[in-house]
Design a protein around this ligand. Structure first.
Ligand code: SAM
Length: 275
């Protein structure tokens, strides 16, 4: 049962680039609460100042989330209402906030969303890939082997895969995606959404890698990368067979590699051997 004597924790989405994407409800909430827990208080102070809002800000980030959450929950229990914001988009979506939301719930405090921008959803809405089922994968691991291992675990997922990626890793991540998912898997990159250099491109993974490698400007900014899910049709089986064959061929005689790849994937051996 919710504790009626306590205040409400509002989880407020802020823009992912274009400041006009803030909603009237977000502004009203940020104006009326007793305090705002923010990922970076300087960043949020600038946003609030832009909209003429003065607020009491408390830092709540990766490194102090537990202690800060306890502080905010104490205020909520005392009857104050607070907002939680991150630097951009929806809090908790690859951003801090999970601990304070959970702590509020554990104390029967009402938690209410003030929805708005989220890069993953904005990207999916323009990618031209299936959106009936998708899996939000957040950021891939930074280390090469861990990244490839994570991608390999996802190769047979049938829903669209959604990743966040930064400028300094976009090229190597796309390289790994080509190697793991195959050059011909359809995918999309959404860069700098709602900003000046917004770019959305949907093509095969190999074409996207080429596009990003050919133009240094296409490696700048913030990215959402989406990969079409694995089909269960014969083409997808063949592509997976080709991928496994290519790896095995490095270690085994081609005929053995083709036999094992065919057994593992169900692809016809004859279509693999000799490639
Ligand atoms: N909470 C945010 C949300 O709701 O989307 C995401 C925060 S996460 C720390 C930042 C990542 O989101 C970036 O590295 C990028 O992958 C993605 N992102 C944020 N803004 C973006 C934009 N305008 N265009 C494309 N991707 C963006």
């Amino acid at each position: 049962m919710e504790n009626n004597a306590s205040g409400t924790l509002y989880v407020v989405a802020t823009p992912i680039g274009n400041l006009n994407d803030i909603t009237p409800r977000a502004l009203e909430t940020l104006r009326n609460v007793q305090g705002v827990a923010a990922e970076d208080t300087r960043h949020t102070r600038a946003l609030l100042t832009h909209f003429g809002i003065e607020q009491n800000l408390v830092a709540l980030h990766q490194h102090n989330e537990e202690a800060s959450a306890a502080q905010v929950v104490a205020k909520l229990l005392a009857g104050e209402s607070w907002a939680l914001v991150s630097d951009a988009g929806t809090p908790l979506m690859s951003d801090p906030g999970y601990r304070v939301v959970k702590a509020a719930q554990d104390n029967n405090i009402k938690v209410s969303p003030i929805p708005g921008a989220c890069a993953a959803i904005a990207a999916l809405s323009v990618a031209g890939l299936a959106t009936d089922r998708f899996s939000f994968e957040g950021f891939l691991p930074a280390k090469n082997k861990a990244r490839r291992d994570r991608l390999s675990q996802l190769v047979s997922e049938t829903g669209t895969l959604v990743f966040y990626e930064s400028a300094h890793r976009i090229e190597e991540s796309l390289e790994d995606m080509v190697n793991v998912f195959g050059a011909s898997r359809r995918a999309s990159i959404a860069r700098e959404l709602t900003k000046l250099f917004e770019t959305v491109k949907t093509a095969t993974l190999a074409e996207l890698l080429e596009f990003v490698q050919a133009d240094p400007n296409q490696r700048k900014g913030e990215f959402v990368v989406m990969i079409e899910g694995a089909g269960d049709d014969a083409d997808a089986v063949l592509r997976e067979g080709e991928r496994v064959y290519a790896v095995l061929k490095e270690h085994l005689p081609p005929s053995t590699a083709a036999k094992v790849a065919a057994e593992l994937t169900g692809a016809p051996r004859k279509s693999l051997y000799g490639q």
